[in-house]
Ligand binder design. Structure first.
Ligand code: IVH
Length: 690
C-alpha cells in the first residue's frame, strides 16, 4: 500500500514539475501564457506539499527550489573561463560605416549579414550549466573575475534551472542580460512607496539592486527578467555556424531570447532596423539604450577576433542621450581635492534619461561664458546612462529680464581663501591649500609622504579620522597632537600611537627642500623644491621674492618676459611655476600655517651656498629613473655638494643625464640630443669617490 502511494507521488511529482516547467517556458520563452496565475500557484503548492511529505523526492532543479539556502555574507569571486567582454560604442551613421568597413575589409567580403538586437539596459550575467543543470551564475565584474550570485539568479523564473534537452552539453556558459521590465519597475515602485520606502530611479538601478541582495528571498520578490544573447563557451556540444542558430538553440533549451532580434543585410539593413526600433522604443515593454549589431557568421567572428576587451565583430549603436528643458535656478561652486572650483548648475528637477536630475556640471567658467549661461535661463539638459548630466545650451528666446550673470566667487566657498583664475587658464582655484577642508586630506597625505616630511604611520585611514573628528585643521596641527588623542582613535593602540608621535617629532628636523616640497604647491615637484632651496637658502628670502614678484603680475606696462624676475632666476623656473609660487606664498592663510609650523619646531639646517668649485663645477645634470640605494634628493645633494647643477628637463644644454632603472622619456630625449648618459657608478667615478 505504502509502495503504491509512493509510486503515485513519484509520478505526480514528476508530472507537476514537467507541467510547471512547461508553464514557465510558455510564459517566459514563448511569451504565450497558457494557464492563469492561480492555476500555476495551485499546482506549485501541490508540488511543495508532496516534496515536504516525501523528502526523498526533493531535487535541486525542482521549480520549488528557486529560493533556498541561507543569506550570504558576501559574494565569492568567480573567474570567468571565457572573459566577459564589453562592446565598442558608436553614436553616428559615420561611425557605423567605419565599423562595417573594418568588418568587410577584415573578412574580404562584400556583403555581410548582421544580427541586430535591442541593447537591453540591465546587467550582464554568465550562467554555467553542467550536464544540463544550472551550477553557477556570476556577474561580469571586471570582465575577468565576477561575483558568484548563483542563489540570486536561481530565483529568476525566466532562467531555467535545467536545460530542456535530453542530451545536454557537458558544460556550457550562457550569457545574457538581467533586466526589469517597465511594468515590473512600476509595480515594484508602487509597492515600495506603499511600504514607505524610497522609490528606485530607474529599472536598471532596481535590477542591479535586486541582484546585489545577499538574501535571495529579497531578490525573489523583485520582478527581474532575463534575456539570453550568447553562448560564450561549451564542452561536448557542436555549435551552430551562425548566431541565428545560437539564438534558436537557446530558445529550445528554455531561455528567453529577444523577440526583436533580426538578421539584416549590410549597413542598409542595420540602419533600417535602427530607425524602426528608435521609433518604437517608447512602446517597448523594457528600456533599451541602443542596438547591438553582431556578425552572424561565427567563423568570421574568430577571424576578426578582439581588440582591447571588445570584439571586432560587434558594435553597440547608441541612441542619442535624452534631453529635457528646465530652469537654471542657481550656480554653486564645488571645490575639488586639488582646489579647483567647478561650477554646478542647480536645476528645477526634471526627469530625463531615466532619472530625476536636479544638478548638472557646467565644467568651468570658460564653458559658462561660451554657452552664455545665466541664472534664470531656460536650458537644455542631457543625460545618458550613468554619466553626469550636462547643460547643453541655453534657450535664449526664453531668457527672462531678471536673468543674472554667473560670477566666480572671490573667496573659496569652503574655506574663504583667495580664489584665483590666471589669465588664459581655464581652472579657478582656491589658493589656501593648507587649510581648505576640501583639499586638506590630499595636502596632509602629501605633507607626510616619504619624500616630503616623511612621517611614518600617518596614512590615509588615520588622516581621515583626524579630519572627521576635526582634530587637525592644517598641517601644523599634526605637531600639536597628543598621545591620548591618537590612542583613542579606531585601530590605534598606545603603542602605534606612540610610534606616530615619535615619527612626527622626528620629522621636525628636515631640510628646506623637503619642506618646500611638502607644502604641495601646484606645479612644484621635488627637483624644483631643491632648486628653490639652493637658490634662496632661506624660506624668508623665498617668500620675499614671491612678494616682490607678485607685484609684477599686476603691472600692465610689463612684457611677459619681464614678469617674475626674481623667481625666474632659479634654474628651471618658468612663468607658470613662478605664478604658482606667488599665489601660494601671498595667501595669508598659507603664511599663517608656515609660521605655525616653525613655531611648532619644524626646522632645517642653515643653507650652505652652492659650491663654486668641486669636480662637478658648472656641469648640469638631469636625473631619471630609480637610482639604486639612494633617493633622488640624496643624489641631487651629492651632485650639488660637488658644484654640479640639477635641472628637471633635458635640453641641448644638459651635460649629463644620470639614468637609473625604468628611465623613460628623459633618457630617450638624451639619446636623441646626444647628451652623455651615465649611471650612479659613472657619477661616483667623476667625483673620484670610487
Ligand atoms: S552582446 C562580446 N547583446 O551590453 C559582447 N550585449 O556594452 C557580448 N547588452 O555587457 C555582449 N543587450 O550587458 C550583447 N543584445 C545584447 C545586449 C548586450 C545588452 C549589454 C551587456 C554587455 C554590454 C556591452
Amino acid at each position: 500500500m505504502t509502495f503504491r502511494i509512493q509510486k503515485n507521488s513519484r509520478e505526480r511529482v514528476a508530472e507537476l514539475r514537467r507541467l510547471l516547467n512547461d508553464f514557465n517556458y510558455q510564459y517566459y520563452v514563448l511569451d504565450a501564457p497558457t494557464v492563469p496565475d492561480a492555476e500555476y500557484d495551485h499546482l506549485f503548492r501541490e508540488l511543495q506539499g508532496l516534496e515536504e511529505k516525501h523528502p526523498e523526492l526533493r531535487a535541486p532543479d525542482s521549480p520549488t527550489q528557486r529560493v533556498g539556502g541561507q543569506p550570504a555574507r558576501e559574494f565569492a569571486p568567480v573567474r570567468h573561463r571565457v572573459p566577459m567582454q564589453s562592446l565598442n560604442n558608436c553614436f553616428s551613421e559615420e561611425e557605423l560605416h567605419e565599423f562595417d568597413r573594418r568588418v568587410r575589409e577584415g573578412l574580404r567580403r562584400e556583403r555581410i549579414t548582421y544580427v541586430a538586437e535591442p541593447k537591453l539596459d540591465g546587467l550582464a550575467v554568465a550562467l554555467i550549466y553542467e550536464d544540463g543543470v544550472l551550477t553557477r551564475g556570476a556577474t561580469r565584474g571586471d570582465g575577468e573575475t565576477g561575483e558568484d550570485i548563483t542563489e540570486n539568479l536561481r530565483t529568476l523564473r525566466a532562467i531555467p534551472l535545467r536545460l530542456r534537452e535530453d542530451c545536454p552539453p557537458k558544460w556550457i556558459d550562457v550569457r545574457g542580460e538581467v533586466y526589469m521590465s517597465r511594468a515590473g519597475f512600476e509595480a515594484l515602485n508602487r509597492a515600495q512607496e506603499k511600504a514607505g520606502g524610497k522609490p528606485f530611479v530607474n529599472p536598471r538601478n532596481a535590477a542591479a539592486g535586486g541582484l546585489r541582495q545577499l538574501d535571495p528571498t529579497v531578490t525573489a520578490q523583485r520582478p527581474l527578467s532575463f534575456c539570453a544573447y550568447a553562448i560564450a563557451g561549451s564542452e561536448g556540444w557542436r555549435s551552430p555556424v551562425a548566431h541565428t542558430g545560437i539564438l534558436e538553440q537557446l530558445r529550445r533549451w528554455g531561455f528567453p531570447v529577444s523577440a526583436y532580434a533580426e538578421a539584416v543585410e549590410g549597413i542598409v539593413g542595420c540602419l533600417a532596423y535602427y530607425r524602426k526600433t528608435a521609433e518604437r522604443r517608447v512602446t517597448l515593454p523594457f528600456e533599451i539604450d541602443g542596438i547591438v549589431y553582431k556578425l552572424n557568421d561565427l567563423s568570421g567572428r574568430e577571424e576578426l577576433g578582439s581588440v582591447a576587451r571588445a570584439p571586432r565583430w560587434a558594435i553597440a549603436h547608441k541612441f542619442p542621450a535624452e534631453e529635457a528643458l528646465t530652469v537654471l535656478e542657481a550656480v554653486e561652486f564645488q571645490v575639488g581635492r586639488t582646489g579647483i572650483l567647478t561650477p554646478v548648475a542647480r536645476l528645477n528637477p526634471v526627469f530625463v534619461g531615466g532619472a530625476n536630475v536636479s544638478s548638472a556640471t557646467l565644467h568651468n567658467m570658460d564653458e559658462i561664458e561660451r554657452k552664455d549661461v545665466r541664472i534664470g535661463d531656460t536650458i537644455v539638459v542631457r543625460r545618458a546612462g550613468d554619466v553626469i548630466p550636462e547643460v547643453v545650451r541655453v534657450v535664449v528666446e526664453r531668457r527672462p529680464k531678471t536673468a543674472r550673470q554667473v560670477v566666480l566667487p572671490e573667496k573659496c566657498p569652503v574655506c574663504g581663501g583667495t580664489v584665483v583664475r590666471e589669465e588664459g587658464e581655464v581652472a579657478a582655484r582656491c589658493t589656501a591649500g593648507l587649510t581648505c577642508r576640501a583639499q586638506l586630506r590630499g595636502a596632509l597625505l602629501h605633507f607626510a609622504s616619504r619624500r616630503a616630511m616623511d612621517i611614518e604611520g600617518l596614512g590615509d585611514k588615520l588622516v581621515r579620522q583626524l579630519l572627521d573628528l576635526k582634530r587637525v585643521n592644517s598641517p601644523a596641527d599634526l605637531f600639536k597632537l597628543e598621545l591620548k588623542t591618537l590612542a583613542e582613535l579606531e585601530r590605534m593602540g598606545e603603542k602605534s600611537a606612540a610610534n606616530v608621535i615619535a615619527a612626527i617629532e622626528k620629522s621636525k628636523t628636515t631640510t628646506l627642500a623637503r619642506f618646500i616640497y611638502a607644502l604641495g604647491i601646484p606645479n612644484i615637484g621635488e627637483t624644483t623644491s631643491a632648486q628653490l632651496a639652493l637658490h634662496f637658502g632661506e624660506l624668508d628670502v623665498l617668500i620675499a621674492a614671491t612678494e616682490s614678484d607678485a607685484k609684477t603680475v599686476e603691472d600692465p606696462e610689463l612684457k611677459d618676459k619681464d614678469r617674475f624676475p626674481k623667481l625666474r632666476k632659479v634654474q628651471d623656473v618658468g612663468p607658470e611655476v613662478a605664478a604658482s609660487l606667488c599665489r601660494f606664498f601671498t595667501e595669508p592663510r598659507n603664511r599663517e600655517v608656515l609660521q605655525e609650523l616653525q613655531r611648532c619646531g619644524v626646522h632645517w639646517p642653515k643653507a650652505e651656498s652652492r659650491k663654486k668649485d668641486g669636480p662637478l663645477a658648472g656641469k648640469s645634470f638631469v636625473l631619471t629613473g630609480t637610482l639604486p640605494g639612494m633617493t633622488r634628493e640624496e643624489v641631487a645633494r651629492l651632485i650639488e655638494s660637488q658644484g654640479g647643477i640639477i635641472s628637471s628637463s633635458v635640453s641641448s644644454k644638459t651635460d649629463y643625464v644620470l639614468a637609473g632603472t625604468d628611465a623613460g622619456s628623459k633618457l630617450a630625449k638624451a639619446e636623441k640630443l646626444g647628451v652623455v648618459v651615465i649611471d650612479l657608478m659613472g657619477l661616483k667615478k667623476m667625483m673620484g669617490v670610487e
